[in-house]
Every structure is written in C-alpha cells, then in structure tokens.
Design a protein around this ligand. Structure first.
Ligand code: GLU
Length: 552
C-alpha cells in the first residue's frame, strides 16, 4: 500500500508538515530545569474543588522551578459536554483562590506564543499529525457505521471477547487504496483510527511523577484519533498539544491512567518525547452517615463546589493552605517549622503527592483556617468581611459597614502576641461569632445558669448595674463581681465552692455567667471586661436592663 498516496487522498488540503510546526512552536528558551505545566479543563460548567486542587498542583510544580510556566488550555473537543461561559467562571473562581496563569486562554482571548490554546481552534494542527501518521501507515481512515460498531460490541460481549475495535474487528484497517477511494467517492466521511501494533502479552514500564514506576500492558485498540467533525479525541489532542506547547509535566486525574498505554503509544508513533505523566488521586471524604470513605460527590457534598467556600466566606488563603497540606505529605511539618513563611517557599514535589486517595476533611480545613486567620490583622479581617458581605450578605453588610470602628476593636481582641486567639474560621462564622455586638442580631443563645434562681439573676443584674463603672480596670471590675457573688451567697472562688458545695448556692463563675449572658447572649465569649469596653456604657446598660426584664 502506498501510504503516502493514501495520506494525500485523505488530506489534500493539509500542506503543512510537523517540521513546519516545530519551527512555529520551537522549544522554549527557559533556564535549565524549568517546568512547564498546564491546566486543561473541559468547559463543563461545574467548577469544583478538584479543579482548584489540580490547578494548585500545576501552578506549584511550575512556579517552584526557576522560569517555570503554567498555562491554561481549553479542551473543548467534546461538544456534548460544553457549557457557555464556563471558562470566565472558572478563571474567576481560580483567581479568587489566588491562581492565575502565565499563558494561554483568558476570559477574553489568549496570551502566549504557543497558541491557539483552545483545542477547537487547533483543527488544522491536529490534521498535520494525523496526515503524518497515515503517510507512515500508523493511522487509517475508518468507514464503519455506528450500527456496525454496536453489532461488533454485542458479539464480543456475548462471546466474552475483549470489546473494541482492534485486529480482525477493525474492518477498515487493511483496506486497499481502491477501497478507500470507493468509500470516499460515495461521499462517506471517515473517522481516523490509530493502527495499534500493541501486543496484549507485553507490558511496558513508565515512571509516573506521582506514583513512581508502573507497569501496564500495551494498548491493542485501534483508537479513534480524529472524529467525523474533524476534531481530535482527547487521546490524540493532548499528545499533539503537550508536545507543541512544550509541556514538561502533565498532572491529571487518575481516570486517565487506564488510557496511558494509548498515550505512550501515540507519543512513540509520532516520534515525540513524552512529558512526565503524573496521575493524582480523587478527593475522598468520610461519609457522615456510614463512616465509610468515598469519593466526594456533586450530588451529596456541597463542599465539592467552589462556590460553597465563596458563599460562606472562607479566606482563599486558608483554603489554599489546607489544600497544600493534603497535596504534599510533608507540608504540615514544613509549616510548623516555618509558621510565617509564604507557602510559595515550600519545595513542592509531585513525588510527595498521595497516590492512594486524598482525604478531604472540612473540620481539618476549619482548623487550618483558624491558624491562618490568627496571623491576620484586624484590618485584614474587617476588609475581607466587608467584601464578602457586600457580595453575599447585603443585610449584614449594612451593619459591618456602619460599625467599622467597633468591629476593628472586636477583631483585635487577643490578636498578635505569642498565643493569639484561634476562634475565627470563615466570614459567615465570624459574623455569627461577633453578632451580639449588633442589637439587631442579639439573642439569648445560652440558658441562664441553673445555680442562679430568677430572683438571684435579677438581683445580680441590679447590683451589677448599680456598681458598673466603665472606668474600672479589669481587676477592679472583677472585684465588684466577686463582691456581688459573696453578698448573694455564692463562693468568691470556684475552688471554695468545690470544697464546700453545701455552703454556697454556686460560685463567682455562675454569677459572671449571668452578666455575660445578659450582655452577649452567650455563656462563652472572649474577655467580658474587654467586650464591655468596646460596647460602651450605653449598650451595656441597655443589655442589662433588657435582661432584667426576663426575670420580672
Ligand atoms: N480535559 C481533561 C479533563 O478535563 C484534562 C485531562 C488532562 O489534564 O490532560 O479531564
């Protein structure tokens, strides 16, 4: 068979050669060891944690190397899965979490010398390589109809034969030039299949950047490389793109692992050096109901969507920090040794990524956020709350805006120093945490202490307001609370009460609880004296008066 002739017959319009493309997309002039990575999403519209997880991986791997580049390529050759406007949304979501690209698709075009970066605009490029494979007898036009393929599949299933189009089932594989000409003359449009020379008995080994050395059987399938609509399949497109875009490291989901033999074969058939492949794991969680580990699910787990974190007001830095802890096994240790360092200084290594399911744990994320927020200034927390509420909580925004000075003081309680408070997690939670400072949001959330009768509560509040002086310092203030306790038959110290429980109604803690609940609505709060200093006399008096009403 004259394959050169076959190639001309199939692609008369293709005049460029791979050599021409090599000149247009030459090897990058980068420092030795620079890594080039890409995020290659299909625009399906659902933007999830896996996207961010992958993007952070690509970004870190590239930028940890001097001169490294991370680009964005849009894989939109599967028209069925495409959703309008998905890319700007994805870019926006990733930018919110601090991830931007050096090159590639943008919300309104693209930047860089290795484009186009959207696969549907690269049709002519793919054809150059399909033509090359056809001209070397490594790919061929296939005219089998959908029905024919379905029949074969059914036959194979019924007879327990490995399904697919290969060997004797690849009916067009050994067509003569005349047969092809005849089909073309009939106006039939072929798809193109790779002519696999794989041997199912043979294994090949490859070093996966994440999993280490792996061994897999060769591919035997004559996979489709170019579809009827002239667009390539993922298998073929990514091989051509990753080569021409001079990608050094591919990190992708483990669902692509099974087709790795196809990809290795395609790189080989094209005479191209494959990049390092790294297959990461899916995000898992422990199911609340069953206690079993399972994949995060779009249907069951709202935390899979990135919008979840934006809406609740998670600080992007906290989410990023947490993802780093599940991305690289020694990150936490590094962070402990370098609490103040920028996460960019961490030496991110693909080989330290998990190869057996990455556990995602919302509680752990919250803990990490507490640490991250403990290092923020009151001003930074306020500014974030301001922007978050502006976008998601207009009612809360009104009070956040009106009471800036008060909130700055609130956020400043026990901030800085050796042991900063760690009770702020995300904007929604922070608002709940401080909302008793706003009259419109104040409510009694804790029960009054059982040790104090309603009469005692009233009396505690009466005596308290009688002696209340905002000019008292913390110890003078607490001295007065003690005096009230003692006057009403409560121990001045919890220890005394524990020693002689029959001698007292309760202790000073119960008395101060009454005051605390009256002022904050809660049995637990940061230092009450400080809270009152921030609230000011008027609010304190108002709260005590309102609480007294509870005991009429
Ligand atoms: N478009 C593929 C996906 O969304 C990308 C896989 C890859 O990164 O190569 O799964």
């Amino acid at each position: 068979m004259d394959y050169q002739k076959l190639a001309e017959l199939c692609f008369p319009e293709v005049t460029q050669t791979p050599e021409d493309l090599e000149k247009i997309y030459p090897p990058r002039q980068l420092p030795e060891g620079a890594r080039v990575t890409r995020m290659a999403p299909s625009p399906t519209g659902f933007i999830h944690l896996g996207n961010l997880f992958g993007a952070l991986t690509d970004e870190r791997i590239a930028h940890r190397s001097e001169g490294g580049i991370c680009l964005l390529r849009i894989e939109d050759t599967d028209e069925k899965r495409e959703v309008e406007g998905a890319i700007p949304l994805l870019l926006e979501a990733l930018a919110y979490f601090g991830i931007t690209f050096d090159e590639g698709a943008t919300a309104d075009g693209e930047t860089g010398n290795y484009g186009p970066y959207t696969q549907s605009h690269r049709g002519d490029i793919y054809k150059v390589y399909v033509k090359k494979l056809v001209s070397e007898g490594k790919a061929y036009p296939c005219f089998m109809s959908e029905d024919e393929i379905a029949e074969i599949r059914q036959y194979q299933t019924e007879h327990g034969i490995n399904p697919g189009i290969y060997g004797e089932y690849a009916r067009c594989r050994d067509f003569t030039l005349e047969q092809v000409e005849e089909h073309l003359k009939n106006g039939e449009k072929p798809i193109f299949r790779f002519r696999s020379e794989g041997d199912p008995e043979k294994y090949f080994t490859i070093v996966d950047g994440i999993r280490g050395e792996i061994s897999m059987p060769e591919n035997v399938q004559d996979v489709v490389i170019l579809k009827k609509n002239d667009l390539p399949t993922y298998h073929f497109a990514h091989v051509v793109d990753d080569h021409l875009m001079r990608i050094t490291h591919i990190v992708r989901g483990e669902e692509w692992m099974a087709s790795l033999p196809i990809h290795v074969q395609l790189f080989d058939a094209l005479g191209l050096e494959p990049p390092v492949f790294g297959h990461n794991t899916v995000l898992m969680k422990t199911d609340e109901a069953t206690g079993q580990k399972r994949k995060l699910s779009k249907r069951k787990d709202p935390e899979l969507s990135l919008e979840f974190y934006k809406k609740l007001g998670y600080f992007p830095e906290g989410v990023r920090e947490y993802l780093m802890t599940i991305l690289n096994s020694d990150y936490e240790e590094w962070r402990m040794a370098n609490p103040e360092a920028d996460l960019k200084d961490f030496d991110f290594q693909p080989s330290k990524m998990s190869s057996s399911g990455t556990m995602f744990d919302l509680n752990k994320l919250n803990d990490v956020c507490k640490d991250v927020l403990a290092r923020k200034t009151a001003e930074e927390i306020y500014d974030f709350m301001y922007e978050w509420s502006l976008q998601y909580e207009p009612e809360k925004h009104a009070v956040i805006e009106a009471d800036k000075d008060m909130l700055l003081k609130v956020f400043d309680i026990d901030r800085g120093g050796e042991k900063p408070r760690k009770d702020l997690v995300y904007a929604g939670q922070i608002f709940d945490f401080v909302k008793y400072f706003f009259d419109g949001y104040f409510e009694y959330e804790s029960p009054w202490p059982a040790e104090c009768s309603p009469e005692d509560c009233r009396e505690i509040l009466r005596l308290y307001i009688e002696g209340y002086d905002p000019a008292d310092d913390n110890s003078a203030w607490f001295g007065k609370v003690r005096a009230i306790a003692s006057q009403l038959g409560y121990a001045e110290k919890p220890k005394e009460y524990k020693k002689n429980p029959d001698m007292y109604k309760g202790h000073v803690g119960h008395v101060s609880s009454v005051i605390r609940i009256a002022i904050t609505g809660r049995a637990n709060s940061p230092d009450l004296w400080t809270i009152q200093q921030i609230m000011g006399r008027e609010m304190v008096e108002r709260r005590i008066a309102a609480a007294t009403e509870q005991f009429k």
